[in-house]
Design a protein around this ligand. Structure first.
Ligand SMILES: Cc1cc2nc3c(=O)[nH]c(=O)nc-3n(C[C@H](O)[C@H](O)[C@H](O)COP(=O)(O)OP(=O)(O)OC[C@H]3O[C@@H](n4cnc5c(N)ncnc54)[C@H](O)[C@@H]3O)c2cc1C
Length: 503
């Protein structure tokens, strides 16, 4: 069965060239269910990514009246699944793990916790890895050997305290002001860039290991060595329970068998069953509140509609927030944080290739417009599915404009016969303007608290400033859940007060 078509994403093959739009069950039809625009909602949620879906669902289930407004024609935001010829392609957020508590809660709630598949193919160890670092001879090696080289380099890089970060970031969900480390120590380490740290340790690594490490760091941050913060890597290592042994299992191994969009659909359906109203293809332009009188806030759309609510949850991504006007103005510090934004300008490209030998292949090339490629399953027609990643190449790599550059970048990773590409350019997308949020040196200690704080009746919820799993699905769900909890408490207190007043 074919899925409806979202206007998001691109497909390419040699015959038809680039076509915008992909098939995905994330598309919502009919796109609008607004019963009356004149009433005052308890809450308006802006954005239907995981943060917005979780907030809307929780509030609706707690008997509040909720309106969800989303600029796209679909749910899921930076996480959605495309269906092509019976095969599922994750365009953004992909990998899941029981180490992510908010995510695991949703998976169990909707009965999807056991329905997992693994990345790659069975018997991956029978395949091979290719390493191609400038200045060294490209070569084949085993997955095990490549994993050991990466782990050695990563461990050296993140082990800044001789305790794998345990003394600096013992509690990655409470990085600042925790029971073990004082804030000044964290602030000091937060100033260091990946580039500076790399200069300290690179003499202990071979040229190949150096290339592996730098490409891995950029694969993670989606930025540049100078703009990527060392602290974000220390935090990531802490989330891996301070051990690179967990790297693959936590970050790159398990996927939802039925796709991320299926989980998002179940959350959305639950919310709709509980009374949620919604409007898709509805971009919000401004949020205005009168803080003197505590009157409802007014949310205006680009198309000129106005909706009113007692509370607003804004899940607009960090790099997009500058495009929404707030009245009264946001704090100077939050505006500064928004202007700087995050650094992740990664690419993720799916390729269907006619090379059976690539089924169990992984490989890297550094430097390269695409730096990593992973064999990830066999299509129903026998072709092999690959997924490839690159860091910030915005100036020179725009696959929807120059798809052959993407084909060339793939063929530089490994010779291959590319039949088609499926991708979403998160960097040119006006509603993401980048990938998941990785931060600059100094950004966490200066802006995290402010980004997480409320602005009057507006609550900001996004994976981009989550407590622990920032830049992840879990972080989005965490933020949605926390904003709903805070709003529910306040709305109930207000309702109780009003009821007492009537007595
Ligand atoms: C390529 C890629 C790979 C990833 N891989 C993983 C992974 O393997 N595992 C993992 O856990 N995470 C991964 N992530 C991260 C994860 O996908 C995100 O952190 C998460 O989906 C963000 O959710 P969110 O709700 O905070 O933001 P979003 O999903 O971005 O939702 C925000 C919503 O707001 C909407 N919006 C924006 N502006 C407006 C406006 N003005 N009016 C109305 N709506 C608006 C957007 O359209 C969007 O739908 C990946 C992300 C990308 C891009």
């Amino acid at each position: 069965m074919t899925a409806p078509k979202t206007s998001d994403g691109y497909a390419w093959d040699r015959q038809a060239g680039v076509r915008p739009g992909l098939e995905s069950d994330a598309v919502v039809t009919p796109p609008r269910s607004v019963r009356t625009a004149t009433k005052v909602y308890d809450a308006i949620v802006v954005g239907a990514g995981y943060a917005g879906l979780a907030a809307a669902r929780d509030l609706a289930k707690l008997n509040h009246t909720v309106l969800l407004l989303e600029a796209r024609d679909r749910i899921g935001g930076r996480t959605y699944t495309v269906k092509k010829d019976g095969f599922l392609y994750e365009m953004g957020g992909t990998w899941v793990t029981h180490h992510m508590g908010y995510l695991f809660r949703e998976m169990t709630r909707y009965g999807m916790d056991r329905d997992l598949i693994t990345t790659g193919s069975p018997n991956m160890e029978r395949g091979y890895y290719t390493i191609n670092v400038a200045g060294t001879e490209p070569r084949k090696l085993s997955h095990e050997e490549a994993g050991a080289m990466s782990a050695k380099a990563w461990d050296l890089f993140v082990n800044v305290d001789g305790q794998h970060g345990r003394t600096l970031c013992p509690l990655p969900h409470a990085q600042l002001d925790n029971v073990v480390v004082d804030r000044a120590t964290v602030e000091k380490w937060d100033q260091v860039s990946c580039h500076e740290r790399f200069q300290q340790i690179k003499h202990k690594l071979t040229a190949e290991e150096q290339g592996l490490l730098v490409s891995l760091l950029l694969h993670i941050s989606g930025g540049h060595m100078e703009t990527s913060s060392l602290w974000d890597m220390i935090r990531s290592h802490a989330l891996l329970m301070h051990s690179s042994d967990n790297f693959g299992d936590v970050w790159l191994r398990y996927k939802l068998r039925d796709g991320q969009t299926e989980l998002a659909r179940r959350i959305f359906a639950d919310a709709v069953d509980s009374g949620l109203e919604y409007a898709f293809s509805t971009q919000v332009a401004s949020v205005a509140q009168d803080r003197q009188t505590d009157q409802p806030s007014t949310v205006r759309t680009v198309a000129g509609e106005a909706f009113r609510a007692r509370k607003v949850v804004c899940t607009v991504p960090l790099n997009v927030l500058k495009d929404v006007a707030f009245e009264p103005a946001l704090s100077a510090r939050r505006r500064e944080a928004i202007t700087i934004g995050h650094i992740n300008q990664m690419s993720k490209i799916h390729a269907d290739v006619r090379n059976p030998e690539l089924e169990r292949w992984n490989g890297m090339r550094f430097p390269g417009q695409l730096m990593y490629g992973y064999g990830d399953g066999v299509l129903p027609n026998g072709d092999v599915h690959l997924v490839a990643f690159g860091a910030d190449q915005r100036g020179s790599f725009v696959p929807e404009k120059e798809p052959l550059k993407a084909v060339d970048a793939l063929q530089k990773l490994h010779p291959m016969d590319v039949k088609s590409l499926t991708f979403h350019n998160w960097c040119t997308d006006p509603f993401s303007q980048g990938g998941p949020a990785w931060w600059r040196p100094g950004y966490m200690s200066k802006y995290q608290d402010e980004l997480q704080s409320r602005h009057g009746n507006v609550f900001f919820a996004s994976a981009d400033w989550a407590h622990g799993w920032r830049a992840s699905i879990d972080g989005a769900l965490e933020q949605g859940a926390l904003s709903a909890l805070a709003i529910d408490t306040e709305l109930k207190a207000t309702k109780r007060k009003a009821a007492r007043g009537r007595l």
